[in-house]
Design a protein around this ligand. Structure first.
Ligand code: IFM
Length: 452
């Protein structure tokens, strides 16, 4: 295996999952503060109040990134640090924090890759309807403009949204993520307003005329397979819900016809106004792909057991698939499959894998070491799959491992560890895992095989 010389090896995190300091620097409240403090919503009642305390340990974490040899670091900007109430003038202390981060990255020759929205919506905006309201798309563009104006000289790669599917469906239909709504109609509204927010923010950022900067969006994509022949229709609907409902408007300027038809009784898509789809589909410089799993599905009409209730389907785990600590199947060939499919159906477009990684039940042993061999195997097989896709013509330009640090895994709290670096939450102590050492060699060799 060898990767192109300018291939960008990186790692990713997100604000609420690592920063802590929820009241530091004038930060306002986000929907995740509210949700995690609502009893019963997050495993063991964990919250992001302290998380990895990255806000106060910035220098130490930057040094770890340099030690790892990262070419890029993908992080997200917490909207409520920039606009504590979700609109109006920028909070200087909030912007300063990200300025220090970006400067620290530059000093260490690490390319900053900011994401503007990784789910921490200001609570004030949620109180006015959140992503079910069109106003939030407009507020998002205003906020994007503030951050871009401040940092676009120093950061070349910009991602508007992280995984709008998760924010829409887990947050508005399943109710297992903030804001915890439970309505299919609201999930559709959120989908459109998030995508519109992306379009408006992109327009706003392009108006700054920063030649050479690259703007994109990150989607969570999963190939979908029918468990049995009779599940083919269900598989097509799941693909429509998870993948095409986002890829089609962004890259073709239209919502998939079968989805519009499927949701006919829930919504007439009247929320789509003239000109919206043009804005949503304005060209991106790259597509960010987050990959975790293939969905193998069966038809399941029961709202109790369906994993995708709005399309009547349930996930099943193939017998031969290994499972991660999240219970997700590890099937590396599925990464190559989705990349080739996106390229064939929607491409060509430069792709950055903006997240991929595994939760492992790892721990620091008596010798202080964290031997996470499963993570090494997982990453190795997925790097190979990305390489296969590249040999099949997909323009993959970089790979961000999820995650730099163990962190707050949303509704799972701190029970799931995805990091290359172990975090002892009571003390905040960081311990690089075996995978950290291994990945640093991969980066050093640019993916090439070790010579024997
Ligand atoms: O931790 C999340 C991240 O915030 C978004 N993508 C998936 C990761 C693992 O669940």
């Amino acid at each position: 295996m060898s990767f192109p010389n300018n291939f960008l090896w990186g790692a990713a995190t997100a604000s609420y999952q690592i920063e802590g300091a929820v009241e530091g620097g004038g930060r306002g409240k986000s929907i995740w503060d509210t949700f995690s403090h609502t009893p019963g919503k997050v495993y063991r009642g964990d919250t992001g109040d302290v998380a990895c305390d990255h806000f106060h340990r910035l220098e130490e974490d930057l040094d770890l990134m340099a030690e790892l040899g990262l070419g890029a670091y993908r992080f997200s900007v917490a909207w409520p640090r920039i606009q504590p109430e979700g609109s109006g003038a920028a909070n200087k202390a909030g912007l300063d924090f990200y300025r220090r981060l970006v400067d620290g990255l530059r000093q260490r020759n690490i390319e900053p890759m900011p994401t503007l929205y990784h789910w921490d919506l200001p609570q004030t905006l949620e109180d006015r309807g959140g992503w079910t309201s069109r106003e939030t798309s407009e507020r998002f563009a205003e906020y994007a403009g503030i951050v871009y104006e401040a940092l676009s000289d120093e950061a070349e790669f910009w991602i508007t949204l992280n995984e709008p599917w998760v924010a829409s469906w887990l947050g508005h239909e399943a109710g297992v993520h903030a804001p915890g709504r439970k309505s299919t109609n609201e999930a559709l509204l959120a989908t459109h307003h998030l995508l519109l927010g992306h379009g408006l923010a992109t327009e706003r950022m392009r108006s700054e005329n920063r030649e050479g900067n690259k703007l994109g969006i990150t989607l969570s994509l999963s190939p979908v397979r029918a468990s049995r022949e009779k599940d083919e229709d269900a598989a097509k609907l799941v693909d429509g819900n998870v993948n095409r409902l986002y890829l089609d408007p962004l890259l073709r300027g239209e919502y998939p016809k079968d989805m519009v038809e499927h949701y006919r009784d829930v919504s007439d898509f009247g929320f789509v106004r003239d000109g919206d789809l043009e804005k949503i589909s304005s060209p991106n410089d790259f597509l960010g792909v987050n990959f975790y799993m293939r969905h193998t599905v069966r038809e399941d009409a029961s709202t109790e057991t369906a994993s995708f209730p709005s399309v009547g389907a349930r996930i099943v785990i193939p017998h031969n698939a290994r499972k991660t600590a999240m219970g997700w199947p590890a099937e590396p060939d599925a990464l190559a499959e989705i990349l080739v499919r996106v390229n064939e159906d929607y491409g060509p477009i430069p792709i950055y894998i903006t997240e991929n990684g595994i939760a492992v039940h790892d721990y620091a042993g008596p010798d202080g070491k964290v031997n996470d061999i499963e993570r090494v195997e997982y990453l190795d097989s997925h790097f190979r799959a990305a390489h296969d896709a590249m040999e099949n013509g997909v323009d993959v330009r970089g790979y961000m491992v999820w995650s730099l640090l163990d962190n707050f895994e949303w509704a799972e709290g701190y029970s799931k560890r995805f990091g290359l670096v172990h975090v002892d939450y009571p003390t905040g102590k960081r311990t690089p895992k075996e995978s950290f050492r291994w990945y640093s060699e991969v980066i050093e060799r640019n993916g090439a095989e070790e010579s024997s």
